[in-house]
Design a binder for this molecule. Sequence first.
Ligand SMILES: C[S@@+](CC[C@H](N)C(=O)[O-])C[C@H]1O[C@@H](n2cnc3c(N)ncnc32)[C@H](O)[C@@H]1O
Length: 795
Amino acid sequence: MEILKSLVPDRLKQRVTISTSGDLLSSSSSLVDFLLPLQEFQFVIEDLADPRRALCAKNKDAAVELKQKGNRCYSSGSYSVALSYYSKALRVAPLEAEDKEKDLVSVLYVNRAAVLYKLDRPVECKRDCDRALRSSPSYAKAWYWRGKANAALEDYGNAVSDLKIANFMETSSAGKKQIESELLIDSEKLTGGPSSLCCNNDDISLNLDEKCEVELECVVTPDKGRGMVSKGEVPPSSLVHIEEPYAAVILKQSRDSNCHYCFDELPADPIPCTLCSIPLYCSENCQVKAGGRILRNRKAAIGNHGDIPRDLKIYIEDVTTEKINEKNLGQFQEHEHECSGANWAAVLPPELVLAGRIIVKALQERGDFLDNPEPKQPLDVCYSYSELPIDTKLESHIYSILLLCCLQRCCSFEIPVNAVSVSRTIILFSQIKVNSMAVVRMKSSDFHCLQDPFGKDLSCIGVNTSSIEQVKVGQAIYARGSLFNHSCKPNIHIYFLSRNLYIRSTEQVSKGHPLELSYGPQTGQRTCQDRLKFLKEEYSFQCRCSGCSTLNLSDLALNAFHCTDPDCNGIVIETEQVYSERNKSQHSVYSERNKSQHSVTINPKSLEPYLEIENLNNLDFEPRGDAQQENVGYCLKCRSYCDLRSPRAAADKAWANIGRLQDKVAAGEMSGNLLHSASESLHLLRLRLHSCNKRIAEAEDILAQAFCMIGDFQSASNHCCASIEILEKLYGPDHIAIGYELLKLLSIKMGSGYLTHPEIADRLGMIFNSYYGPHADKLFPYLRSLRREIGKSAS
Ligand SMILES: C[S@@+](CC[C@H](N)C(=O)[O-])C[C@H]1O[C@@H](n2cnc3c(N)ncnc32)[C@H](O)[C@@H]1O
């Protein structure tokens, strides 16, 4: 991109960078005229769109080589490495390739099935056998390993049927002998008749068990454009909205760990796209929904085994018949046009690939997105092209032309590359910028649960204090979900199950009141200035939510110092911040005086102990940016001026020492000396910083982890409680941030041997239920383990 940008002459750059949405047609036209004839640009297009240069095409030789490596590892007992080689081989193996007169893909599935069996993964082993059998129904080894998997799953009826079929299909006498000995063992274990016919584990569709009871309405708000409200009263923890994405794409860093369709973590037996080597799916269901072909019977039924009894023939038919029907999917297969073997979808940024998917979907559904002189976007969501940073404007012009040229080569639709289509694509980018959401998964992998290497939760053994992390795995556009505005004090919460968006109310919301979620920053987490900066940079708007326009304790105290008078618990904030908070305060007071019905979120009770609002309003200095003033603080309670140089230096030093402790915790090393000096640093932070300063909460948290490591659960628990107390003031008592801390606290308490803590468990349950409803246990397996332990010890 940098090279392409540097080729654009300054005059043209200037034109693009000052363009508004009104003159996109002319700036697009100029850039198209400049770039298309340019040789360097054409080289880039060749690289991106020519299948002969593709790195992501199938490659039989590479697959065979990987298979051989896998075989060698299997023979030497390195099963995990063999598994990885077979999975890599499957990724590049062409569907039609043969290897020693056998269908290569089936061979690879069976080899992987054997490894999965050795790794004690019978469910996955059976699934791989089924995949091989759908393509090669008379493949003796596939029936053999399927029989072994069924026996491991104690399904002896099907195991015996599988092995009998394997025996019919097997041609070598040594092979037959081995099958017969297995058959003998399983037949003895079989007491009843054959159990139910095969089950297809692939076809697990999302269970949208909970109904949305809230009726939503899109209204026009005074200062945030359109927004969502409810037509009735919304109780806390109500499911407000569920939606499938209009289009979605996996992020590059999650390509090898998560399903490219549903974004769930990949199982040990992922399925590759049948046409290219990039996507991996958790099941055939996802693979087919995304656009690949189904691997199915290509060989004549079951060959020359006419002597197979009728009941076994029915069994074979049932196992080898595909249960998914591509034709009945009734949905746009969003990866289909990308797997023609060209590089572009694998190397261009995800938002560009997302734009490509939206364009092709619109062309497929409406046929007129790019060529209609009446501008009509496929998505009715807002954008703010004119507000985009200068560099982004130029990039979005160049990317749009690149994308359209790639689609033109790889897609079956007629795609024009002209001023109209490019300007539409640029608008689409702006829409993606403002409206796309990061699809996240919650990771609590650091929790010391006993997990097997594939992450299956076996049982919870105990103690942990590290944080629950949100990991971004995908990027998606939700057409209706995009109509919810942002608030730094949100009253709804979003999460994802599979690729679907769920929105739940976290408090009582009255009829007609805006339902607003957080686009990222929240009060309690970041200061008001940081939040405003983030929203401006990421979403190009000036936040007008209640958190950014009215006084609240967290904005005042998050970074504040302690008053130099030890008997005063007033908040000391720096000059810059005084200025912005005073604006908020005046706005709030103004609102209160002039609009009594306007709800202002100052809770005088929460602020009273720490400040007099009048003090904030009567300050007699303006920010001048001189060095002396930068070091001045002002106590909002007793009005004393404080020189912040020494407290700031002391706090920074103490914080650096806490940072060293954190590094040691992460490295799993701990020493008494380090703990002692970090405890002193925490004491110093408590003296210098205001009691609600977030750094103290973080330091308490790190010390809780450190004490846990040395088995001092009482001290760990005290530090964890101290952290929770501060967070309660910053976020409010029922916020999910408190829920995550309570999860740690419960874990510490259980580590200390007390297994029942009904008060903590109840509060935890209440908060998680409010944010995640009945899906909490699914999203947080650790929570489920803890509950199980509590249940066990209570009974
Ligand atoms: C995802 S859209 C939300 C729906 C949008 N209001 C509409 O009319 O389509 C995000 C845009 O809404 C506006 N918006 C959302 N939250 C806002 C807030 N707290 N303050 C100001 N504008 C906001 C901004 O224009 C932002 O770019």
